[in-house]
Design a protein around this ligand. Structure first.
Ligand code: HEC
Length: 198
């Protein structure tokens, strides 16, 4: 996910560069189709939050403030205990911390996801489902705090903001271990480990 987000930002900037290059050269492979986006237009799309917190806007919130928002806007899909809903195919937001890598692992956002800022980025982009983009920055900080609190990762009154959120260490932070080359028996597949896939 972390690499995906990085890729995404690079992709948007790359697309912008491409547009300017082709506009300057007057030889767009797409003919007269479309136009180069303005910097302001790109700005509205370039909303990725990096793992180190780069891109997080001002704002603040605590778990205590997040709970009533969760109970009105998220509970119907994510459940009163953040346990998810099978009938909606919604996974857990909380629970199972410490079980990843054991025989009885329980995957939830809290137990599995290695990077905390994904929570903020994802919630802003995609939640609440069917009403995406409706949350204020303060609400997103408060909801993120509530989800972290319900996972036992932060306290109920700990303020989450652009400075404190990225400092939160997810329990599975170090659970994603790239395989050592000698652990990949198929020699041809080893290139993938170096970013050169077949
Ligand atoms: C209409 C149903 C619905 C509502 C309302 C809703 N969600 Fe979701 N949510 C989903 C679905 C579906 C997914 C994607 C499936 C999944 O990852 O479990 C999801 C995924 C998520 C994820 C990512 C989970 C992960 O493990 O990657 C977060 C975080 C999240 N929602 C937060 C919220 C918050 C906060 C609210 C309230 C503001 C909310 N959602 C409201 C349906 C909903």
């Amino acid at each position: 996910m972390r690499y995906f987000l990085m890729f995404k930002r690079g992709f948007i900037l790359g697309l912008l560069a491409l547009c300017f290059t082709t506009a300057g050269a007057q030889e767009s492979p797409f003919g007269d189709l479309g136009r180069a986006p303005t910097a302001a237009e790109v700005e509205t799309l370039d909303i990725s939050i990096m793992p180190d917190g780069e891109g997080l806007p001002p704002g603040r919130g605590t778990a205590r403030e997040g709970e009533p928002i969760y109970m009105t806007q998220c509970v119907m899909c994510h459940g009163p205990n953040l346990e998810g809903r099978r009938d909606y195919r919604v996974g857990r937001l909380a629970g199972g911390v410490g079980t990843i890598g054991t025989e009885n692992q329980v995957k939830s956002f809290g137990s599995y996801n290695p990077v905390v800022t994904t929570l903020w980025d994802y919630t802003r982009r995609a939640m609440p489902r069917f009403n995406e983009g409706s949350l204020t920055n303060d609400e997103i900080y408060a909801l993120s705090a509530y989800i972290l609190y319900k996972n036992g990762i932060i306290g109920q009154n700990e303020v989450m903001n652009a400075d404190s959120l990225p400092k939160v260490e997810m329990p599975n932070r170090n659970g994603f271990i790239p395989p050592a080359l000698e652990d990949i028996p198929d020699i041809d597949a080893r290139g993938c480990r170096n970013g050169r896939c077949r």
